[in-house]
Design a protein around this ligand. Structure first.
Ligand SMILES: Nc1ncnc2c1ncn2[C@@H]1O[C@H](COP(=O)(O)OP(=O)(O)O)[C@@H](O)[C@H]1O
Ligand SMILES: [Mg+2]
Length: 288
């Protein structure tokens, strides 16, 4: 019989194939985004006004693509880097990422905006419009600019009433202020055609103007993504190229898969877990 602390101790010391398993988690934000350079470039071209003429216009971008095509991670990496660059030029730009499957209505969205910005605005008893108006006053007073990404925005478009959609999509038609401190990234799962079926006259042309398309990944592209991530997560030499190529061939859109990077990484993670277990039992030293 082993004592509990012996069991824990030996599990901790057990050899592993992983340097850092968390680098395979879906929420891990990598430093590099292979094959999303063009999308980052497009976003920069749209938002660079904020650097040259902050407040002159409110920018709206729409990111569209299927699940696992890198919309969320690209928005976060772009927003984080771009606001860092702005700050280095003396512009107080904040990036805020809001998931509309959690914040389902305008009140929820603006409350989340307020919380992520750390603003001391009491929100009890305020309507969504009043709350947004208070937020605008404070960011004006504090000279703050914001890029607000609304992820899973298709949830919102499907469930919101038309006046709610109007408020969130045509924000500065509701708030007539001179300095436009709030810009938007709307993230929607689906093809541009599907999205145009989702939007109505109120929101349609507004949303469809600056569209950045995310195509499902080809197997070659998935291979590069997998290799990058494998280098971060596993010890050198434990994941052979043939494993990465195999997963890429299962999932690439050009070979009948759905081009979903999330799925490809999940398969790599599962293979790694298996090899890790076998290694602990002394039966394997590589991911196969
Ligand atoms: N180009 C890429 N480089 C590195 N990792 C990527 C890339 N595209 C997607 N991923 C990873 O794949 C997973 C799914 O991406 P995500 O941005 O959540 O897709 P979407 O929002 O389009 O469903 C995440 O773990 C993400 O980090
Ligand atoms: Mg996403």
């Amino acid at each position: 019989m082993h004592s509990i602390d012996e069991i824990i101790e030996s599990e901790i010391k057990r050899p592993s194939v992983f340097i850092d398993e968390s680098r395979l988690y879906p929420e891990y934000i990598p430093e590099r985004l292979p094959h999303r350079e063009e999308q980052i470039r497009q976003l920069t071209r749209l938002f660079k006004f904020i650097l040259f003429k902050p407040g002159s216009t409110s920018i709206k971008a729409l990111l569209a693509g299927p699940i696992g095509s890198g919309k969320t991670v690209t928005s976060i990496v772009f927003g984080t880097e771009f606001s860092r660059l702005a700050e280095s030029k003396g512009i107080r730009l904040k990036y805020v990422h809001i998931n509309c499957s959690k914040s389902k209505n305008p009140s929820g969205i603006f409350r989340e905006l307020k919380n992520q910005l750390g603003l001391a605005v009491p929100d009890r008893g305020l309507s969504a419009t009043e709350l947004a108006s208070s937020i605008l006053k404070i960011i004006e007073r504090d000279n703050i600019y914001v890029i607000m990404a609304l992820d899973e925005f298709d949830y919102f478009l499907r469930s919101a009433r038309s006046n709610e959609r109007y408020l969130v999509v045509r924000f500065y038609d509701v708030f007539d202020v001179e300095v436009k401190r709030l810009s938007f990234i709307y993230i929607i799962r689906g093809t541009p055609v599907y999205i145009s079926s989702l939007v109505d006259d109120l929101t349609g042309s507004y949303l469809m103007k600056n569209i950045v398309v995310f195509n499902p990944y080809k197997s070659r592209e998935l291979y590069d993504i997998l290799r990058d991530r494998a280098e971060l997560a596993f010890y050198p030499g434990v994941v052979g190229d043939e494993v990465l190529e195999y997963i890429a061939r299962l999932t690439g859109v050009d070979v009948g898969g759905d081009g979903n990077a999330r799925k490809a990484l999940a398969i790599l993670h599962a293979a790694g877990k298996l090899a890790d277990k076998e290694m602990g039992e002394g039966r394997a030293s590589r991911v196969t």
